[in-house]
Design a protein around this ligand. Sequence first.
Ligand SMILES: N[C@@H](CCC(=O)N[C@@H](CS)C(=O)NCC(=O)O)C(=O)O
Length: 80
Amino acid sequence: MRLYQSATCQYSFYVRSEFQNMGLVIGQDYELVDASRGTPGRDEVVRLGGQNQIPFLVDGEVRIYESGEIVEYAKRRKFS
Ligand SMILES: N[C@@H](CCC(=O)N[C@@H](CS)C(=O)NCC(=O)O)C(=O)O
C-alpha cells in the first residue's frame, strides 16, 4: 500500500495514527509519500486518481480518497 499524505493535513494525521495503532509498519506494510501541495507526490495523486486531494491510498488497482474508507480498507486487508 502507498499512502499519499502531508504533515499538516488533519485527515492524513488520522490515517497515519490509525495505521500505527493497527501495528502497520512503514517500509514493510506501506510506503508514506509526501503529497503536500506543489510536490511530485501531489502530481502523482492527481495522475493516479483524478482528484487533487489527500489522504489518498493506492494498493494495486485500488484507489481511495476518503480517510475513513482508507482505514477500513487497511483493517480488512490486515485482519481478514
Ligand atoms: N475526503 C477527505 C477530506 C480530505 C481533505 O479535506 N483533504 C484536504 C487536506 S487536509 C485536501 O486535500 N485539500 C485540498 C488540497 O490540500 O489541495 C477525507 O475525509 O479524507
